[in-house]
Structure formats: C-alpha cells, structure tokens
Design a protein around this ligand. Sequence first.
Ligand SMILES: NC(=O)c1ccc[n+]([C@@H]2O[C@H](COP(=O)([O-])OP(=O)(O)OC[C@H]3O[C@@H](n4cnc5c(N)ncnc54)[C@H](OP(=O)(O)O)[C@@H]3O)[C@@H](O)[C@H]2O)c1
Length: 294
Amino acid sequence: MSILLLGANGQVGSALRKSLRPMGTLIECTRDQADLEDATALRSFLTDIKPRVIVNAAAYTAVDRAEDEPDRAKRINSDAVEVLAQYAARTDALLVHYSTDYVFDGEGDKPYAETDDPNPQSVYGKTKLDGERAIQSSGCEHYIFRTSWVYSDTGNNFVKSIRRLATEHEELTIVDDQIGAPTSANLIASVTADVLSQHTQGTRQRTGLYHLTASGETSWYGFAQHFLEADRTSGARIARVLPIPSESYPTKATRPKNSRLDTQKLRDAFGVVLPDWRVDVDSLLATMRLQETL
Ligand SMILES: NC(=O)c1ccc[n+]([C@@H]2O[C@H](COP(=O)([O-])OP(=O)(O)OC[C@H]3O[C@@H](n4cnc5c(N)ncnc54)[C@H](OP(=O)(O)O)[C@@H]3O)[C@@H](O)[C@H]2O)c1
C-alpha cells in the first residue's frame, strides 16, 4: 500500500512518520516536495505519485497570524484540501485529514460531539472548517480527526515555550478559562495507524468525522501547572504561575473557551484507548529531561 504523508516535518507529521512506516510504502513529504499553496503543482504531484492513501498533516497552524493572512490560510487549509479530496474521489484513494476544536465557538457547556454545529470565530477555524466541508462534499472515502491543544517534542508548542519562559521569569500569568484536552502528537499518530490498520484489513471501515483527543480536561493554566510542578520537584528554579481570564491576555484570534471534544464515537467505532492527558505529558517530560542531561 502506498501512503503519501504530507506535512512530515510538523508535530503530528513527525509522529506519523514513525507510526505509519510499518504499514506500507510511506512517501514522507515536506513543503519542499509538495507545497500546498500551489494547487497546480499539487495536482500533478498526486498524478505522478498515485498514492492509495493520503495522510494530510500539513496545515497553516499560526492561529493569530492567520487573521492577517486569510488568503494564505485559505489556500493551505481549504483550497489544497479540496485538491486532495478531488484526487481521492477520482481515484478511489483514502484521505486522512486533521481538523480542530477551533471550528466551534466554545459557547457550550459540555464536550462537543461530531453532530454539533460548528461556528468558528477565527480565520484559522473558518479555513479548517472549509477544508472539512470540501472533503465531505467531494464524496471521497475519508477520515477527518478533529483534535486539540497538540504538543510534541518537535517544533514550537506550549510545553516548550512555557518551560523556557518559566526559567527566565519570576512570575508567569496563564489563561485559566479556556478548557480542553492537551493531546500529544504521538497519541494522534498511534490512533491514526490503528484506525488505518483496521480499515485496510477490512475489520472496521467506519469512515467519517471523529473527535480525537486525550481523555480528561484542564485549562492552559492547569496544563502549565502540571508540567512546571514536575520541573519544580526536580529542583529547577521555576516561575510562580498565576491564573488569568482570557480578557487579560488579548490575542488577534478569538479562541473557544470550551474546547472539549466528545470522543465516544471514535472509541465505540474502533475500540481505541484514549489515556488521560497527563500520561503523555509526563512521558514527554521524562524524554525532555533525559535529552537535557545529555
Ligand atoms: N497544533 C495544535 O494545537 C492543533 C490543534 C488542533 C488541530 N490541529 C491540527 O492538527 C494538524 C497537525 O498540526 P501540527 O500541530 O502538527 O502542525 P505543525 O506542527 O504546525 O505542522 C504543520 C506542517 O504543515 C506544513 N505546512 C505548512 N504550510 C505548508 C505548505 N504550504 N505546503 C506544505 N506544507 C506546509 C509545515 O511545514 P513547515 O515545517 O515547512 O512549516 C508543517 O510541517 C493540522 O491539521 C492542525 O490544523 C493542531
């Protein structure tokens, strides 16, 4: 089976390199081989490669910058995804794609199910929703996994930034009224491989839209407190952390306060286990500390 992985250098893409390699011939592509902003080049690239499965981990993910670059975000998150979906529909290929909790407005007070109406409040959220809709209306066979608060040991993310800032400052303030589930790139990659394996073996082929996050919930403040506490107990000099409301930390893009996603559909359909969010955070911290001592 030939699998084309797009966005292979991103957080999720890097984790997918490892989880998908045993599954077939994996063609690992970065922006250099396939630029999602160039629809014409992307079409001919697909025609040359002829993948049977496309896993798209590439995206325009700079949530605040997208407010100033809506056309660019649209080209990558919506238009390119439409090209992938049309190719998949035409050739009976399978498309695996990732989306976000930011398709919701966050006004609800319970975890969002796949059947809840999206209402994105940011350019990023709108372009990601348009990408989802392009896939759904193409008629191609697909899995769309909406996830949230992704972190990993590669690239820039909340864990790395806050750990660095906590050694540079006496005090940090972090938002405590946005609630979600920090989800490791590794969890997303291993669930993707599991679903893909069940799909290709024909055991379970329930294509469609799924919510994929770690279990449990916390705020950005709670998330930071958790990993900084572990750093503190290991003796590092770490800033005091104070909770603040979103209004005290204005950002260009509006973020949902309720980012919780209901993952029951995914667990029922594929029997996957989604551990508590702290499990992978602790394992990442252990890896980072080991690397820091080398
Ligand atoms: N990060 C989060 O908190 C989060 C939350 C919810 C959902 N998601 C979704 O999860 C998926 C993976 O996110 P991630 O955190 O792994 O993102 P990421 O680390 O920012 O990686 C995105 C990748 O997309 C590539 N890319 C960007 N523009 C491109 C272009 N024009 N052509 C080709 N490649 C391009 C980037 O390439 P370069 O390395 O060259 O820049 C990067 O490797 C995305 O669909 C995202 O929307 C992420």
